[in-house]
Design a protein around this ligand. Structure first.
Ligand code: NAD
Length: 409
């Protein structure tokens, strides 16, 4: 199922509960602005290559638009559109003063040198600089981009508008990045799980976890859940998976991955096929890699009782129906993985104030935001008598609608 279709179906289900009319619904799903630019790169060997850069600005009724920039060969406008819209709902669920956006370039960053990536990033920035800015649209890293990419954007943007570090988040600390940004999405997942389990009279330490993906989100989630006594029984990455029903020694696995760049071959666990991860025996499944992995087919195989969504749109609406019937509780992406954008917001606040926080403050504020959002989400689920994903969309939609109405047509 295409990402846009999945997002729109989730949206439509919530729209019916909130009771909005068709015109308003169409207005809310249609992006505010879609930008497409041609990029010509002079390769290091003197040859030319062309790419397409996208930036979709979905909604700005609650504040500047916010969302990552992805470098990946399969970046396509449909997915960028869906991800931009998800950012609008995500920032609204956790009540950050932002709208949503997303962007990308259809390149394979692993096949470009650092100098080529820098030239491509600068050219992209040059072509969209008029449409982004600390009070307009604030990009951040996503798949295939990182703090260095953000540093190049800040520098290129400064040529046109002067030094404004708040134009992007996820920057290196030396250029105004925030402490705690690296761990933020994993830490947000931990806080989301903590809230949900607390309501069920349980704790992080009561459960066994299987984690798909061991990059930024998956590895931080594994580390933090492990530190709180959770048992990590299986982990996968693009190369395969490992399992240990007695619990994986996560620091040892991290050291292994640092040295070998993959979880496969880790001596403290047995190998298993990557595809088997979703169906592993566990209590909590944490998809933290790709979108669209939980379909009605894979959902039927899932044995966990909880799904903690680290990745963006890992489950499609058909899968949700199966999961609901099986009584599996899904902590949806637009709430559960909002820790990253929340600490990005803290970074932006620090840039504007030119006053920098220590890591304890970042962590405490993140916990506060995630706990307040959980209380709001739980109340919405009760009000509308619906699963958490629909409740999250309904909550977000009401906030966006209210802001839109207050601003007037
Ligand atoms: P990353 O590139 O750091 O890590 C991705 C991981 O997924 C790697 O371990 C990779 O090997 C693994 N992977 C790739 N294909 C796989 C496959 N077929 N099966 C199993 N594993 C596979 O990316 P990340 O920043 O950790 O992001 C992961 C997901 O979380 C993405 O969907 C991203 O959009 C989402 N997300 C990230 C953040 C953030 O702050 N980084 C915030 C919100 C959402």
């Amino acid at each position: 199922m295409k990402a846009t279709e999945a997002t729109n179906r989730n949206f439509a289900r919530a729209a019916r509960l909130v009771g909005i009319d068709e015109t308003t619904e169409r207005q809310l799903v249609t992006p505010y602005r879609e930008i497409k630019v041609e990029l010509t790169l002079v390769r290091d060997d003197g040859s030319l290559a062309t790419y397409t850069g996208f930036r979709v600005q979905h909604d700005n009724s609650r504040g500047p638009m916010k969302g990552g920039i992805r470098y990946h060969p399969e970046v396509d406008p449909d997915e960028v559109n869906a991800l931009a819209s998800l950012m609008t709902w995500k920032t609204a669920v956790v009540n950050l003063p932002y709208g949503g956006g997303k962007g990308g370039i259809n390149c394979d960053p692993r096949r470009l040198s650092a100098a080529e990536l820098q030239r491509l990033t600068r050219q992209f920035t040059e072509k969209i600089h008029d449409c982004i800015g600390p009070q307009v649209d604030i990009p951040a890293p996503d798949m295939g981009t990182n703090a260095q990419t953000m540093a190049w954007i800040v520098d290129e943007y400064a040529k046109f508008h002067g030094w404004q570090p708040g134009v992007v988040t996820g920057k290196p600390i030396e250029l105004g990045g925030s402490l705690g940004r690296d761990a933020a999405t994993g830490r947000g997942l931990l806080f989301a799980a903590e809230c949900a389990f607390e309501d069920a009279g349980r704790t992080i330490a009561d459960f066994r976890y299987a984690i798909q993906g061991f990059g930024n989100v998956g590895s931080w989630a594994a580390r933090l859940l492990h530190e709180r006594g959770g048992k990590i029984v299986a982990v996968s990455d693009v190369d395969g998976a490992v399992r240990n029903p007695d619990g994986i020694d996560v620091p040892a696995l991290q050291a292994w991955v640092k040295a070998h760049r993959t979880v496969t071959g880790f001596p403290g666990a047995e190998a298993m096929p990557g595809e088997a991860l979703l169906a592993t025996e566990c209590d909590v499944l944490v998809p933290a890699a790709l979108g669209g992995v939980i379909t009605k087919h894979t959902a039927a195989e899932i044995r966990a009782r909880w799904i903690l969504e680290g990745a963006n749109h890992p489950s499609d609406p058909d899968a949700d129906e199966v999961l609901e019937k099986k009584g599996i509780t899904v902590l949806p992406d637009i709430y559960a993985n909002a820790g990253g954008v929340t600490v990005s917001y803290f970074e932006w606040v620090q840039n504007i104030q030119q006053f920098y926080w220590d890591e304890d403050k970042v962590e405490a504020e993140l916990r506060r935001v995630m706990r307040k959002a959980w209380a709001d989400l739980r109340a919405a689920a009760r009000q509308y008598a619906c699963p958490l994903r629909t409740a999250a969309f309904a909550l977000a939609m009401s906030r966006v609608l209210r802001a839109t109405a207050l601003r007037g047509v």
